[in-house]
Design a protein around this ligand. Structure first.
Ligand SMILES: [Zn+2]
Length: 369
């Protein structure tokens, strides 16, 4: 089995991930970049970062040295506290609240601010978000896509409006996922706009009947300006999936209550806790590409040397793509469709090379292992 998908020899990334590149030895670029991190001259990187920090302080005409885009999760905690305590930067946190934020997500964001930060929180119009999310579900089989536009764009907009010279992002997905087909691996976080989901898009992508550009102002990335945007993961040796989690827990981050990998399709109770729709989205990803969030999680753990590949495969087999019906109901209610309509849409988007429908249970079952 498994003839249709090729897996990285070191981790368990399949070649169905859009933009992922493998080398001649069937090893994915994420694994190669993880190896490179071990031989990186971190003292030199730290000096480069120090220069950027000095430049930002000198050019902070609005008072704030940098913007940190935050959701309140583990990476947000690491970035904000690193910017302030390690780099001595006066940071303005910028948040874009998702529709149906979870209670624990709300608490985590509050916990972060309570460490002593100024924050601006944006809330895109829920009626507009609902309409474009519905469309994204049917057109792209992706229900997070439209929310990612304002999620990133408002940090860049805020930096320009408040005359803030530096934007600090977390990690470059080209490096941590190996998707060099979309992005370069540099430290320049203006590139985030070309990631898989945004694909260089504009607010105009979501103009439709009843929704004009003026309803989508938070969705528009501003033009590249003198503001610098960097990935902290490029410069900070401490940056890691596991390390950031441990750091954030010590600073008060809470995990999902009643965490169950079988219902949530994820192993860690501490990743992406602010939205339940992400759980549904990962299930859709699983049906489209044959892998979900558990694959991503175990890959980080394999590369960071904490999980043998064999155990990782068992975890993927057991939990990847799982999503409790409760979350699907919630989502259907949100965009105003029935669950029958939801599953009909899945029937269309599911990858028929990877799944076949069980004629008795009417469920899509993987043809791969
Ligand atoms: Zn790999």
């Amino acid at each position: 089995m498994g003839g249709v998908m090729r897996y990285c020899k070191k981790c368990v990334q399949p070649d169905t991930r859009p933009g992922l590149v493998f080398d001649d030895e069937s090893v994915c670029m994420a694994c190669r970049f993880a190896e490179e991190r071990k031989s990186t001259d971190w003292v030199k990187r730290r000096e480069q970062l120090r220069k950027i920090v000095d430049w930002a302080r000198k050019n902070a005409y609005g008072g704030f040295d940098c913007v940190v885009g935050v959701s309140g999760g583990k990476d947000s905690h690491f970035q904000s506290l690193y910017a302030r305590d390690q780099l001595g930067l006066k940071a303005l946190l910028v948040n874009c609240a998702p529709d149906f934020i979870t209670e624990v997500g709300r608490q985590n964001l509050e916990n972060l601010v309570q460490h002593g930060f100024d924050m601006i929180s944006f809330r895109p119009n829920p009626k507009v978000m609902r309409a474009v999310t519905r469309r994204a579900f049917f057109e792209h089989g992706n229900l997070i896509k439209p929310s990612e536009y304002p999620l990133y764009a408002v940090s860049y907009q805020t930096a320009l409006k408040f005359n803030i010279p530096l934007i600090i992002q977390g990690e470059n997905p080209a490096v941590t996922l190996g998707t060099v087909g979309f992005l370069d691996t540099s430290d320049d976080a203006w590139g985030i706009r070309s990631n898989n989901t945004l694909d260089g898009g504009n607010a105009s992508d979501w103009v439709q009947k009843g929704i004009g550009l003026k309803d989508l102002l938070f969705y528009q990335f501003p033009k590249h300006s003198g503001t610098r945007a960097i990935y902290l993961g490029h410069f900070a040796e401490e940056w890691s999936y596991y390390g950031n989690t441990v750091f954030a827990i010590a600073k008060g981050l809470k995990g999902r209550p009643r965490h169950d990998p079988y219902l949530m399709g994820r192993l860690s109770p501490y990743s992406v806790v602010d939205s339940d729709f992400q759980i549904v989205n990962q299930m859709l990803k699983y049906y489209k590409f044959g892998f979900g969030f558990v694959t991503d999680e175990v890959c980080y753990n394999i590369r960071e040397g904490r999980l043998p590949r064999k155990e990782a495969l068992q975890l993927v087999e057991a939990y990847d793509g799982r999503c409790d019906e409760r979350y699907i109901h919630e989502f259907c209610e949100y965009i105003g469709i029935t669950t029958e309509m939801f599953w009909q849409a899945v029937d269309v988007l599911v990858n028929k090379k990877l799944f076949q429908k069980n004629s008795l249970t009417k469920e899509w079952e993987p043809t791969f292992r």
